[in-house]
Design a protein around this ligand. Structure first.
Ligand code: FAD
Length: 444
């Protein structure tokens, strides 16, 4: 079976490998000059900078298996035990970490000590844990309301939302609790924190993201015998003679099956007529931006590998010094999710706001010199994961036999994450090779 995989992000690489491993003859077509999709790096002034800090959790089992498959696990770090330093102006630190207790009790000791909230607010949070853990993720009504409305119904103060709930929801759902779908927020808390004690241990790339996914993925595809055509933007997918014809740059490629792994707006434009009933509505999935600030100091300003900010515009900040080529000093990457208010701001404005904000969190930064301040902006980092989006997310099958969909935006049950992308790619590939197997059985 000849399979064309369109798109070389995580979903596309995962789908192509899965199909190739099952014996299909796979070609991967990617519009950009590199693999890795929404996860990539740029090289500037001798330093590798990621387009955006990417984090995964121990519970991201498909993504972690994907790292094994592309032999890139050792290019990432995974903390042995969840520990999130939360830093407030003045440098005061409170930690959210897991104790040696079964879930969900593992979080309670650090919550009890979480000094940025009053004892009453901490108790309120502890009380919300059980009903949150019991929400039925298969209940469609969860996607008709916001997480914020559920939190206020469960007695959560604005201070608790700001200090704790948003600390997790913003980077995982890319929206604040007030706008996030309850279904997706509940998925994050249940799977990432409440079902098993080690699920929320945090991992991230130890080297530039491009080396983790794009480069290692490319090598794995090469070894699996998958030709990768970069700088190849597919313009049209047509049904032909029981298969498909893909058009690009005046050329064409015939395939028996196609796995379309491009972002939702690109997919809407490429899907043949009648392939997806809700194709015209995919635009309603919208977009939520992410901005990253890359700040290089002439000397170290913090010993923390990463931290979340409290009462600070700094949401999360990561020490990216190691593995990115910096000779001396320290390189911090500030990650700003749902960055509507920042995406259009000038670099100088962001610098004027965030350099002092970092000095407040890390007082040693006040006596350091900022050698470089660089901004990466991703306008369409994820779809806008608010209520009402679940019905818009299709599964891998389309109404055209042989044409499958994948991508973090498809119906994975997960928010738009690396885990969701890999899962979707594997699910779509299994539909392809499953069909193949079925056909072989019938033929036999
Ligand atoms: C700044 C930022 C920070 C993020 N942080 C996190 C995080 O911390 N943790 C996490 O899990 N996730 C995070 N995400 C989300 C995660 O990166 C994505 O969900 C995931 O990488 C999407 O993978 P994908 O394969 O579905 O799509 P993409 O990566 O978008 O890949 C689609 C590919 O299709 C290609 N393409 C499009 N049209 C065509 C065409 N016509 N022909 C050929 N190719 C085409 C594109 O060039 C692209 O390479 C973040 C995203 C961003 C942008």
């Amino acid at each position: 079976m000849r399979v064309a995989v369109v798109g070389g992000g995580l979903a596309g690489i995962a789908a192509a490998l899965e199909c190739a491993d099952a014996g299909a003859e796979v070609t991967l077509l990617e519009a950009r000059p590199r693999l890795g999709g929404a996860t990539f790096s740029i090289h500037r002034d001798g330093i590798w900078m990621d387009n955006g800090q990417h984090v995964f959790l121990r519970c991201c089992t498909a993504y972690r298996q994907f790292l094994v498959r592309i032999e890139a696990t050792d290019r990432t770090v995974l903390q042995p035990r969840l520990s999130i330093p939360v830093v407030s102006p003045g440098g005061r630190i409170a930690r959210l970490e897991r104790a040696r207790l079964p879930a969900p009790l593992h979080l309670l000791p650090s919550l009890a000590r979480f000094s940025f909230l009053s004892p009453r607010e901490r108790l309120g949070i502890a009380r919300a844990v059980r009903p949150l853990a019991r929400l039925d993720l298969d209940d469609p009504s969860l996607d008709r309301r916001t997480f914020g409305s559920w939190l206020s119904e469960h007695g959560q103060s604005q201070a608790a939302v700001d200090a704790l709930w948003n600390l997790i929801v913003l980077p995982t759902v890319n929206l604040p609790a007030a706008e996030a779908s309850l279904a997706l927020a509940a998925k994050v808390f249940q799977t990432g924190l409440l079902e098993s004690a080690d699920a929320g241990d945090i991992g991230y790339a130890a080297v530039p993201l491009q080396h983790v996914h794009g480069d290692a993925g490319g090598e794995a595809l090469d070894q699996a015998g998958v030709p990768v055509r970069l700088r190849t933007r597919v313009d049209r997918i047509e049904r032909r003679d029981g298969g498909f014809s893909l058009a690009f740059d005046g050329e064409g490629l015939d395939a028996d099956a196609v796995v379309l792994t491009v972002p939702h707006d690109d997919a809407a434009a490429l899907l043949p007529e009648g392939a997806l009933p809700q194709a015209d509505e995919l635009g309603y999935l919208g977009a939520s931006p992410i901005v990253n600030l890359h700040v290089v100091y002439d000397r170290p300003v913090t010993e923390l590998p990463f931290a979340a900010g409290h009462e600070s515009p700094v949401q999360w900040v990561f020490d990216r010094t190691r593995g990115t080529g910096l000779g001396q000093g320290q390189y911090l990457a500030v990650s700003l999710s749902c960055a509507r208010e920042y995406i259009g701001r000038k670099v100088e404005e962001l610098r004027a706001q965030f350099v002092p904000a970092l000095e407040q969190l890390f007082p040693e930064a006040a006596s350091a010199r900022v050698e470089l301040f660089f901004v990466t902006r991703e306008q369409r980092a994820t779809f806008r994961q608010g209520p009402g989006t679940s019905v818009l997310r299709p599964g891998p099958r389309t109404q055209v036999e042989g044409l499958y969909l994948a991508g973090a935006w498809t119906d994975t049950g997960w928010p738009a994450t690396m885990e969701g992308a890999v899962r979707s790619g594997i699910d779509a590939a299994r539909e392809v090779v499953g069909r193949d197997r079925h056909e072989l059985e019938v033929a036999a």
